[in-house]
Every structure is written in C-alpha cells, then in structure tokens.
Design a binder for this molecule. Structure first.
Ligand SMILES: Nc1ncnc2c1ncn2[C@@H]1O[C@H](COP(=O)(O)OP(=O)(O)O)[C@@H](O)[C@H]1O
Ligand SMILES: [Mg+2]
Length: 263
C-alpha cells in the first residue's frame, strides 16, 4: 500500500504544526490507550461488495482490536457506509470473510447475528428516528424492538439522553427537534445499552462545532472505559484534531492504513 500513499495524499504530515494550535476537547492521551493485545474484535479478509455491476468495496482487509478507536475516512461515495454495514450485519459481503467478536458473520445464522448486534451500538448516517415519537420513546422503542426493554429501566434511557445533553428535550417529538438534536437522539439510542462496539457513521454531519466536540469527547470517554469506537467521517478537522488510527477508502479500495493519520 505504501506505493499508493504518495499518489492519493490523504495524509499530509505538513499539517502537523496546525495541531499545536487547535483545541482538543479532551486533553488526554487517549490515542495512547493500549487495546487489549491481540484480541481482534472486527476483522475483514478479502472483502468484496458488489451492488449490481458496481464493485463498491474491493478487497478490504482490516483488523480492529478490542478497545481501539479507529476512523474510516474517505470522500463521499468511497464506501464507508457500506463497510460499516458489513460490521453491524446490515449487508453481507459478495466475497470474503467478516469476523465480529471472533464469529464468522457470513456463515453464522441470523439469530447469532442478532445477538451480536445487541453488543453493537450504531449511529446511522440517516439517523432512522421515528419523527412522530418523542426522543425518549425513540430510545425506549429500540430497546423494546430488540426484546431488551425489561433489562433497561427508564433511568438508563434518561441517563443516555442526559449524556448527550438532551434531558430537557426528552419529551419533545423528534419532528420538532433541530438536525443536531436529532443526531444526539440517535447517539443516545446507540449508547443506551453500553455497547462493546460503537459504530458512528458521519455522526457529526449536522452538528454545530460545540456539539461536534461534545460528541467526539463522549466517544473518547467511552473509549477510555473500553468501548471500541469506529467512526466513519469525511470531516478532516475531526481527524486532524483527534488523531487515531485510520483506514482510508478511495473508490472502494483501502488505500492506506495509518497509525495516526492527518487525512
Ligand atoms: N444499496 C445500494 N445499492 C446500490 N448502490 C449502492 C448501495 N449502497 C451504496 N451504493 C453505492 O456504493 C457506493 C459507496 O456508497 P457508500 O458506502 O454509501 O459511500 P460513503 O458512505 O463513503 O459515502 C456509492 O457509489 C453508492 O451509490
Ligand atoms: Mg456514508
């Protein structure tokens, strides 16, 4: 892959100086957090995904360790959402292997995948909220649909909404909330079960700067507690300020894997 690096120039170390001047919401060394050695939580081997005649993912190999925080970066249409869908089981590869929590999700049956998905929280790019329901009920419904309602009290839902700063809005209908508030409802729904893996697909797209950094801050705090975080983004500012290991997609190909990437 090294020979492609010069060609695509996603990572530009000449921006290093900028980093010294930018605000980092968590003044932490969380990028130094050491994942549990050797415990792969997500792996893909030779993954190809075709939609009709279009090859959307072309020979993807990746390995994410338990406790890591990684970015999947690339411009719009690069295949980021498709790659994430393979991890949370919404799509299956046309060819290749996908292992989550050490289970082969291609070979395992639906029920097993369903079970695994309960350990994965997802902030969908298109949010998937029910407009006519309140913020609180959207979170509650996701627990009910997964058959988990009995395990989680109203207190857990209130806590998740409070974590994303929406306590005062929890009874408002989603249709009356702003884009940023909706995105935070989606985040509350993704974290209410305290998932082992949190997947966020362009989670800051409609957030203003403060809420963007609050959400990234939250990801970092969850990560410090051991949650594996996978964030797809085309937002170069986030990747430059909060430096993590990054997988860079271009035209469906993984063109670079960087320890710390400035994208
Ligand atoms: N369900 C689908 N059917 C057909 N084409 C799709 C589907 N989902 C994604 N694509 C195509 O796959 C490519 C990558 O899409 P996507 O994974 O959404 O990229 P990104 O998230 O990086 O913007 C795009 O060309 C998109 O049009
Ligand atoms: Mg996308």
């Amino acid at each position: 892959m090294a020979e492609l690096a010069g060609e695509v120039r996603f990572c530009d170390s000449s921006n290093e100086g900028d980093l010294m001047l930018t605000r980092n919401p968590v003044q932490s060394t969380s990028h130094l957090f050491t994942p549990t050695a050797g415990r792969s939580i997500v792996s893909m081997t030779g993954v190809i995904k075709n939609y009709g005649s279009q090859m959307v993912l072309n020979n993807i190999n990746l390995n994410i360790q338990k406790g890591e925080f990684v970015y999947v970066v690339g411009d719009s249409g690069a295949g980021k959402s498709t790659l994430l869908k393979m991890i949370y089981g919404e799509e299956q590869p046309t060819r290749g292997g996908v292992e989550i929590f050490g289970n082969d999700v291609v070979k395992s049956g639906f029920d097993k995948n369903q079970l695994m998905r309960r350990k994965i929280g997802v902030i969908f790019q298109d949010l998937r909220l029910i407009e006519e329901m309140s913020a609180y009920d959207n979170v509650a419904l996701s627990l009910r649909l997964a058959g988990d309602a009995a395990q989680y009290s109203g207190q857990s839902i209130a806590e998740a909404l409070s974590t994303v700063g929406l306590s005062s809005m929890q009874n408002k209908k989603v249709s009356s909330l702003s884009g940023g508030e909706r995105q935070r409802v989606a985040a509350a729904r993704a974290i209410v079960r305290k998932p082992e893996i949190l997947i966020a697909d362009e989670p800051t797209g409609s957030l203003d700067k403060d809420h963007t950094w609050n959400l990234i801050d939250l990801f970092q705090k969850l990560n410090l507690k051991g949650t594996t975080i996978i964030v797809a983004t085309h937002d170069r500012e986030i990747v430059r300020r909060i430096r993590k290991r990054s997988y860079i997609l271009k035209g469906g190909k993984l063109v670079m894997e960087e320890g710390i990437c400035l994208f």
